[in-house]
Design a binder for this molecule. Structure first.
Ligand code: GDP
Length: 194
């Protein structure tokens, strides 16, 4: 798959504003600032299609990106930010739930976590939701360029144990700096494309 014209379509928190189309959607879930937008940009080789930001919790809506006529990337608002009021957290929960549980186009989710840290309670909660929904899920441990080679095996074990991953759940390290892991991301997405 070679994506020639990736396009930002819309950013919304309202169900009635989700784009109308008949392509599969692959959503990205993860903590705020974990690197979801950077992953999208790296996978399609564009520096700035998806909005990256160094401010956690900034993107509080769902962003839809069209990948030619193959599929849509859907960047879900990040969780785990400490400095927002409870009301915002509640709205976040409703928005994510509405999307995950009701969107018929949704075929798979890429759960992005930080390769340097133990998955958080929020990561665990999100993964449990996906399990409960029987959602095909790829676990991507990003920012691996910040890990020493010698730490990889230990981090992989920590992540897999904490999330209780079975050997059947695909897992990959990823780096938006080096492009490591791109192949695994495409392999995951390819299964949803005719
Ligand atoms: P998002 O909130 O999940 O969309 O996170 P962003 O993609 O905006 O990334 C947050 C910050 O982490 C930015 O400063 C990125 O440059 C940085 N970042 C993201 N991915 C990587 C990576 O793989 N390696 C390194 N070193 N930095 C990254």
């Amino acid at each position: 798959m070679k994506i020639n014209n990736p396009e930002f379509v819309c950013s919304t928190h309202k169900r009635e504003e989700y784009p109308f189309h008949n392509l599969p959607e692959v959503a990205l879930a993860g903590r705020s600032n974990v690197g979801k937008s950077s992953l999208i940009n790296k996978v399609i080789n564009r520096r700035k299609l998806a909005f990256t930001s160094s401010k956690p919790g900034k993107t509080q809506s769902i962003n839809f990106y069209k990948m030619d006529n193959y599929f849509y990337f859907v960047d879900l608002p990040g969780y785990g930010f400490a400095k927002v009021p409870d009301k915002v957290k509640e709205e976040w929960g409703v928005m994510i739930e509405n999307y995950l549980f009701n969107r018929s186009h949704l075929e798979g989710v890429i759960l992005v976590i930080d390769s340097r840290h133990k998955p958080t309670n929020d990561d665990l909660m999100m993964y449990d939701w996906l399990l409960e929904m029987n959602m095909p899920t790829l676990i991507v441990a990003t920012k691996v360029d910040k890990l020493k080679r010698s730490q990889r095996r230990q981090q992989e074990k920590l992540i897999k144990e904490r999330l209780h991953l079975t050997p059947f759940v695909p897992f990959t390290f990823f780096s938006a700096k080096t492009g490591e892991g791109k192949k695994e991301v495409f392999k995951f997405i390819n299964q949803f494309i005719d």
